[in-house]
Design a binder for this molecule. Structure first.
Ligand SMILES: NC(=O)c1ccc[n+]([C@@H]2O[C@H](COP(=O)([O-])OP(=O)(O)OC[C@H]3O[C@@H](n4cnc5c(N)ncnc54)[C@H](O)[C@@H]3O)[C@@H](O)[C@H]2O)c1
Length: 265
């Protein structure tokens, strides 16, 4: 997947899936702006990008805050001149204290939507105008297989990810006349801090046998994934690199599962 010479911006790039996407893009030739709520993590990944010989920068951003998003995009554009590839990866599973709640509350609904859905709208709206001017851009939204199905255990998260899939289709229609492709990736099950939170929430992962959180995760992978293995940040990065490359020029408005067959649709 050749993305040589492209400038990529990855939100939530400081760890987990965002880190994996940043590194795969860099290994395939892109320069990467790693942006995250936690600046130290973004800086650490930016250093890893630099170590493979690509240009990088780290910027602090809160995708729930319009002024923060605008300042971040300004900084990236000043340094790199443009953004060719935007990966909207920043996402959350619940608000603070979510692990201890039997059911998500209104704060969870609001917080999840602010980050997972409106965060993508804010960042895309800040990046897209210059892409339109140049009549070039690849936008990749990280949804989830959770967006393909309902959940009685974490309804707001699943609804938010269904929203990301719908948002992707709307953005694809909006931006197609400007030669900008917009697609979503639906990751399956990855052992990141997000899944550590899920396995810590007993309402979501009952644990009568006192298993470790990692064992609970492995059980879930075994019971739900036809290929019998968890996904890795590199798996998600590989598809992101393809969607960021010119091999994907006729693909837009799609949501593609990377889930070992966990979801087939
Ligand atoms: N882990 C999985 O199994 C899985 C499966 C499907 C989809 N996803 C999605 O993949 C994406 C990444 O998840 P992950 O597992 O790497 O989670 P993670 O919690 O490890 O990483 C999320 C990153 O987003 C950043 N972030 C959170 N809120 C932010 C904000 N307001 N502004 C800027 N950055 C913010 C965090 O600091 C963190 O670096 C999310 O959108 C998630 O919903 C994860």
């Amino acid at each position: 997947m050749n993305v040589s010479g492209k400038i990529a911006l990855v939100t939530g790039g400081g760890r987990g899936i965002g880190r994996g996407i940043s590194l795969v893009l860099a290994n395939n030739g892109a320069d990467v702006a790693v942006v995250d709520l936690i600046l130290a993590n973004a800086e650490s990944v930016a250093q890893e990008v630099a170590a493979v010989g690509r240009q990088s920068m780290a910027v602090a951003v809160d995708v729930t805050a319009q002024a923060s998003v605008e300042a971040m995009v300004r900084q990236v554009t000043e340094r790199f001149g443009r953004v060719d590839v935007l990966v909207n990866n920043a996402g959350v599973i619940g608000a603070g204290g979510w692990e201890d709640r039997e059911k998500p509350n209104e704060e969870d609904w609001d917080f999840i939507f602010e980050v997972n859905v409106k965060g993508i709208v804010r960042v895309t709206d800040a990046v897209a105008p210059k892409m339109k001017e140049r009549r070039y851009g690849k936008i990749i939204n990280i949804a989830s297989i959770a967006g393909r199905r309902g959940s009685d255990r974490n309804m707001p998260y699943n609804v938010s990810k269904a929203g990301v899939i719908s948002l992707t289709q709307g953005q694809a229609l909006d931006l197609a006349p400007h030669n900008i492709n917009v697609n979503a990736i639906c990751p399956g099950l990855l052992w990141t801090p997000m899944w550590e939170r899920i396995t810590a929430r007993t309402a979501m992962t009952p644990n009568p046998e006192g298993k470790t959180q990692r064992e609970l995760f492995e059980d879930y992978v075994d019971s739900s994934t036809p290929l019998g293995r968890e996904q890795t940040p590199e798996d998600i990065g590989n598809l992101a690199a393809f969607l960021a490359s010119d091999f994907s020029q006729n693909i837009t408005g799609q949501a593609i599962n990377v889930s070992g067959g966990n979801h087939m649709h």
